[in-house]
Write a new protein. Structure first.
Length: 437
């Protein structure tokens, strides 16, 4: 029987075309196989997919894709916020759409209704619906499936139904969808939620108009100023998105809490550029110098200079004087040092210029100088050697009696015995006798 594996290897070796690279499995599928949380399911329909990861019965996060995710054509695609939810150990129902249809898929809407009727959402102590832009609309619209849930939607649309929002001119693919069925108005579908937190930029008129359609008492507006339509992306760039979502899931979110968190993003270049743009667009040029000074304190010199340039263009600020360029240091010419006087055989070396130490008189010549003068036929005159008397010889050591006298004259030592030999005399006598007796 032939070896199938060997035949396969031979075929691959003879095939001139390289085998296509295998796409990695999505993380949620890998976790079903290898993580400690191996329970869940995946439902695939025409144009949509639903992934459920069962990690706990305490918290279920229902995440809805945004438009950017819907346009991803990869097999390893993840539900929105999958990594963050998994890191916190929460269960997740990830609703993914493969078309830019604002979740207006009849198959998806029917499946979500069946899921709610089966009691799926009642299994969890707390349900949180979340998403951004298109996903923010879906989070509000599906809130009616889990009464008492919490919604946190970033820059959401309330609907794209033309008779409800005739002023909306964005998102042509979404406006072309069928808005005649259920869940068509997020503002109406979210009235039974416990809290509906809407994160938006109040200075961005299109999003503000959608937020103003949410009038129920459970709505809490969280203004993310100068973030534009991409409030979730702004919070992520500032490192604040996880804090906002975690605070919402844990039940701590409020207007004051959001403002405390949001202050951490005011030094982001995105934020500073947006503030400058609003000042220029609003003809509030007089505030540009103060804005530039505040930005400079934050350490962002490029944006500070840009704001000052705008202020100068508007005539509300004089140009800043340019600092004078430092002059290069010019070295001062120094007088050349005179050459050291060369020794001669005729006599003493000449004196140096004023202020310099004169050359020593009758200085002995070194070996090199002596050889140089000898080569020239001149005999150097050597100074007579200085006579130094020999040092006196050292004094001899005192006799033993002298040592004894010194010993007797020291008041701090005991006196010698008047009779008998000294110890060194005893030792000398013992050595002569050959014993220490």
């Amino acid at each position: 029987m032939p070896d199938d594996d060997a035949e396969a290897e031979d075929l691959l070796a003879d095939d001139p075309q390289p085998a296509p690279a295998r796409e990695a499995a999505p993380e949620w599928l890998v976790n079903f196989r290898r993580s400690e949380f191996r329970r869940g399911f995946y439902v695939s329909g025409e144009g949509y997919g639903v992934v459920f990861s069962d990690r706990t019965s305490e918290v279920l996060v229902v995440s809805c894709d945004n438009l950017s995710s819907a346009r991803e054509d990869t097999l390893d695609r993840l539900p929105w916020g999958y990594g963050f939810v998994a890191k916190n150990g929460w269960s997740q129902l990830g609703i993914m759409t493969f078309d830019a249809d604002w979740f207006r898929n009849d198959g998806l809407l029917g499946y979500m209704q069946e899921l709610a009727q089966s009691g799926f959402f009642r299994r969890f102590r707390k349900v949180v619906m979340t998403g951004t832009s298109m996903g923010g609309y879906a989070a509000c619209a599906f809130a009616s499936l889990a009464p008492g849930c919490t919604v946190i939607a970033f820059s959401p649309q309330s609907t794209l139904k033309k008779d409800l929002v005739p002023w909306e001119s964005r998102f042509p693919s979404g406006r072309r969808a069928d808005w005649s069925g259920a869940f068509a108005d997020g503002a109406a579908e979210s009235v039974d939620a416990e809290r509906v937190f809407l994160v938006y930029d109040p200075g961005f008129a299109p999003d503000l108009q959608h937020v103003e359609r949410f009038t129920a008492p459970n709505v809490v507006r969280l203004p993310a100023r100068y973030s534009g339509h991409k409030s979730a992306l702004f919070l992520r760039r500032a490192g604040l998105l996880s804090s906002v979502v975690r605070s919402t899931v844990e039940g701590h979110m409020s207007e004051a809490e959001f403002f405390r968190i949001y202050r951490g993003g005011r030094s982001l270049p995105w934020y500073l550029h947006a503030v400058q743009a609003r000042l220029v667009e609003g003809k509030r040029h007089k505030l540009l110098p103060r804005f530039a000074a505040a930005v400079r304190k934050l350490g962002n010199e490029p944006i500070a200079r840009s704001a000052e340039a705008k202020a100068v263009e508007a005539g509300v600020m004089a140009p800043r004087p340019r600092p004078a360029a430092p002059r290069p240091a010019v070295p001062r010419p120094s007088a050349p040092r005179p050459a050291a006087p060369r020794p001669t055989a005729a006599g003493p070396a000449p004196q140096g210029p004023a202020g310099e130490k004169p050359a020593p008189q009758n200085a002995p010549l070194g070996p090199h100088q002596q050889r140089l003068l000898a080569a020239q036929g001149r005999v150097p005159e050597q100074p007579a050697p200085e006579f130094r008397p020999a040092p006196p010889p050292p004094e001899p050591p005192p006799e033993p009696e002298a040592w004894a006298d010194l010993y007797h004259t020291d008041p701090g030592l005991p006196p010698l015995q008047p009779a008998g030999d000294l110890p060194w005399q005893l030792a000398q006598r013992a050595r002569r006798q050959g014993s220490w007796g």
